[in-house]
Design a protein around this ligand. Structure first.
Ligand code: GDP
Ligand code: MG
Length: 466
């Protein structure tokens, strides 16, 4: 993510680090290079200007300010981080307004998902539902896309695979709604009425637009007016670069866009869309789509991202991810001890752990949060094989091929059981042995991981990945 921009900014600051003190011409030179890097990353001109207003409105004053600094280059990088974070929306972030009314039922909050054809609306609707379900909400998906039958089918398939509730268009059969717009409204109203919990919220996927055309926009505007959603979220493809911000601006003229979900961010080396959005479209990015899987949605965190663009890492994010990946059974040292000795960290817990790791993208995914200098340490082939997504999946399959008794008490797994498990998982005995051995060391590692915090990571992170 943002590799190209990160690389060129990294080069600029590496150059500055070589100087003990900075002259005005050094700073001016750096500003020129930063500007070029941003324009090459397809950042809108308005955003580039805004960046420099925050970063270095006047190079002569900045030179004076940095004259006494012990480490002027580092101070400049910190300033750059602050200015980038503001472009990315630091300070404009807010959680989704989806808390149920005091009365809860009968009218659940509605989230309307909109955007251009192919931007990722349907996938993102499901990802958002999964994300909110994890937080305790009861999301109900509904496809308001009547343009082609396959549209609802696509959403239904993803929903089914991820165990998400969907309200089907077939419920509308007896209704005499005619136009796609009428149908969409009638279906959403029906779905609202079907809400069974005060935690229910409705996530409405809508039909895509090939481009921003007036007629189609009026149709969705009509739907928005009647449904009165709490949030109208625009899904935009990061690959469009700064054009994504133009799209957002156009949609904002007709809809009450309350935020952006930027998709395909994982493959975006340039950052033009993300960095242009606030300045050009005045809309905060709320979430980022970072892959095609149901869990590939992240809350958008401007400061952490700015830090990562500048190669400074994001230890706070790393700690959060690790804590999430540690199973509850082993949180806290005492629990960890107990979990191992009483067999509570059994292979079922181990499997959950593998799933959490895969969700976090393996250690490789975690490592993206580290400062650049530390990341190089994990290029070790041994570590790579340990965190290989495919291998994690294999381990899961082997555990699946065990009986519940074996999972609860791995000690009973002797030769004949190993043979059966291996055959069931199309694995070799060697692999089964490796998993069992790995289980013991995982339990031990859990015990340590449960105690990690930010400071500890800073101290130990090198050793961790060696
Ligand atoms: P829609 O037409 O706006 O509903 O778009 P879809 O949800 O059907 O998505 C179009 C394609 O983009 C699908 O193949 C998705 O899997 C893919 N997609 C969506 N979000 C992301 C993302 O964040 N990263 C990547 N790599 N692909 C995505
Ligand atoms: Mg769609």
């Amino acid at each position: 993510m943002f590799d190209q921009l990160g690389q060129s900014l990294g080069d600029v600051f590496a150059g500055l680090r070589k100087h003990g003190s900075l002259r005005e011409q050094d700073i001016q030179g750096a500003c020129e290079e930063i500007k070029r890097a941003m324009l090459e990353a397809d950042v809108a001109l308005s955003a580039v200007k805004e960046f420099f207003e925050n970063f270095a409105p006047r190079t002569d004053e900045l030179t004076k300010e940095l004259a006494d600094a012990i480490n002027p280059a580092e101070e400049l990088i910190a300033r750059a981080q602050g200015a980038l974070a503001r472009l990315l929306g630091e300070g404009s972030q807010q959680p989704l307004r989806i808390k149920a009314d005091a009365t809860g039922l009968p009218s659940p909050p509605v989230i309307l998902i909109t955007g251009l054809q192919g931007s990722g609306k349907t996938t993102t609707s499901a990802k958002l539902a999964a994300h909110l379900q994890e937080q305790g909400y009861k999301p109900l998906l509904v496809s308001l896309d009547f343009s082609r039958p396959a549209a609802e089918e696509q959403l239904a398939t993803i929903a089914q695979r991820a165990n998400l509730a969907i309200f089907r268009q077939a419920e509308l059969a007896q209704n005499n709604a005619k136009s796609p717009q009428e149908k969409a409204i009638a279906l959403a109203e029906l779905a609202k009425k079907s809400a069974t919990s005060k935690n229910t919220l409705l996530i409405c996927d809508t039909a895509g637009r090939m481009q921003v055309d007036q007629e189609a926009m009026m149709e969705i505007a009509g739907i928005e007016k009647i449904l009165a959603p709490r949030e109208t979220l625009l899904v935009a493809d990061a690959m469009l670069g700064q054009e994504a911000a133009n799209v957002a601006e156009k949609f904002s003229k007709i809809l009450k866009i309350s935020g952006i979900i930027l998709t395909r961010l994982e493959g975006d080396a340039r950052a033009g869309a993300a960095l242009s959005m606030m300045s050009a479209a005045k809309k905060p990015i709320r979430f980022a789509g970072v892959g095609e899987n149901i869990n590939d949605l992240q809350a958008f965190e401007p400061n952490a991202l700015a830090s990562r663009i500048l190669g400074r890492g994001d230890l706070k994010g790393l700690v959060e991810k690790i804590q999430k990946a540690v199973p509850k059974e082993t949180k806290g040292e005492k629990q960890a001890e107990k979990a191992i000795t009483t067999g509570k960290f059994d292979l079922n817990a181990h499997k959950k752990q593998i799933q959490q790791m895969r969700k976090a993208g393996g250690l490789q995914g975690l490592a993206k949060h580290l400062p650049k200098a530390m990341q190089s340490k994990i290029n070790d082939a041994r570590v790579k094989s340990m965190v290989d997504e495919k291998k994690l999946r294999r381990q899961e399959v082997i555990i699946d091929s065990m009986t519940p008794a074996e999972r609860r008490n791995p000690k009973i797994i002797h030769a004949s059981r190993k043979k059966r498990i291996a055959a069931g998982a199309s694995a070799s005995i060697v692999e089964v042995n490796r998993l069992l051995k790995n289980h013991i060391s995982t339990a031990k590692a859990m015990k340590n991981m449960a105690r990690w915090d930010e400071k500890m990571l800073q101290r130990n992170v090198g050793g961790l990945f060696r």
